[in-house]
Design a protein around this ligand. Structure first.
Ligand code: SF4
Length: 341
């Protein structure tokens, strides 16, 4: 079956048409609706973190395959209802580093800003899947408070806009934030952590490129791509437009069971990223968030896989294997030999 492309639609229209119903997903992928429904949990189509996947992402899935690595990232499996010990709602304890609504100040020289709680798709392993976004979307007055905070902390030279996905916001809103942050003299870099262009490549359009080109700060986009199948020609073309606008492109992945837990898959991902002008940056161990335990690998599996990956790639294409720990002043790189326990 050839899936009809939505590439000609504006990204907002594509977002509106995102799939939220299991039946619809089954039809698009020529899957047996009953077989699909049998795998998912009862709240899969309701609540704040229900099934959500744009057609552009579905177009990269293999029809007829329940084990497709892109499908498995978005499918609310019944396994999410298991609650093994150590899997908690806020594994990084971010709410303890939240001095103002929308601002997380955990690392010395950089802060994280959440300007929206919305995402283009819902990744089932997301460590912020329980984050209280409704309390963390700064409005006008809070924007001033954030600027005051940044002015009072000259050691902060980088602001990271992160998930929810900052590119869910309208371009006018993003342009206002860029101008606000550009006005703080000691901010050198603005970094956007985004999966939106992966979900809907047409998010990189002329309106976005306009504010990208207008900022005085160095701009870095950290994409989130987990599997080479996510990188299609449509996405690569848009990434080239970003590069032409002067944006540095990095990628981070999460190591996920049955999705990218193979050195060959990860090596192919690094090669394809580099071909597209994107540097592999981090390979994250799964954060132990409630509902995501079925994506975890054992320490032995991780060690074996990373050792194989080191032998497959030149060093500059090997993403750093890291774990985030709430009490640490940075991400924790896992050296070699390392302990993943
Ligand atoms: S796009 Fe990012 S923030 Fe949003 S659900 Fe996926 S991993 Fe989480």
């Amino acid at each position: 079956m050839i899936l009809k492309s939505h590439a000609s639609l504006h990204w907002r229209e594509q977002l509106k048409q995102a799939i939220t119903q299991v039946d619809q997903l089954a039809e698009r992928l020529t899957l047996d609706p009953q077989a699909l429904a049998a795998q998912i949990h009862p709240q899969a189509q309701a609540g704040h973190f229900a099934l959500k996947v744009p057609q552009a992402f579905v177009e990269r899935m293999q029809p007829g395959r329940l084990d497709d690595p892109l499908l498995l990232q978005v499918l609310p499996l019944s396994a999410e209802l298991e609650t093994p010990e150590g899997y908690v709602p806020d594994p990084l304890q971010e709410q303890a580093f939240n001095p103002l609504p929308g601002l997380i100040h955990k690392y010395r020289s950089r802060v994280l800003l959440t300007i929206t709680g919305a995402c283009a798709l819902h990744c089932r392993y997301c460590f912020r899947r329980h984050f209280p976004y409704s309390d963390n979307q700064p409005g006008g007055q809070q924007r001033e408070a954030i600027v005051d905070y940044l002015q009072a902390h000259p050691e902060i030279n980088e602001v990271i806009l992160s998930g929810g996905d900052p590119l869910s916001s309208p371009d006018a809103h993003l342009a206002r934030w860029m101008a606000t942050l550009d006005a703080v003299p000691h901010i050198k870099r603005l970094r956007l952590h985004t999966r939106f262009p992966v979900a809907i490549p047409e998010r990189i359009d002329d309106d976005l490129l306009a504010w990208v080109k207008s900022t005085r700060s160095q701009l870095v986009f950290v994409l989130h791509i987990n599997h080479p199948q996510e990188l299609d020609a449509r996405l690569i073309e848009r990434l080239q437009a970003l590069r032409a606008a002067g944006v540095t492109l990095l990628n981070q992945s999460v190591l996920l069971k049955d999705i990218n837990d193979s050195a060959l898959v990860l090596a192919e991902l690094s090669e394809r990223l580099f071909d597209a002008g994107v540097l592999p940056y981090y390979l994250h161990l799964l954060d132990r968030v409630q509902g995501a335990a079925h994506f975890a690998l054992s320490p032995t599996e991780i060690e074996t896989l990373y050792q194989q990956l080191l032998s497959c790639l030149p060093g500059f294409l090997v993403p750093k294997l890291v774990r985030e720990q709430p009490e640490q002043p940075s991400k924790t790189p896992l050296g070699w030999p390392f302990s993943t326990r």
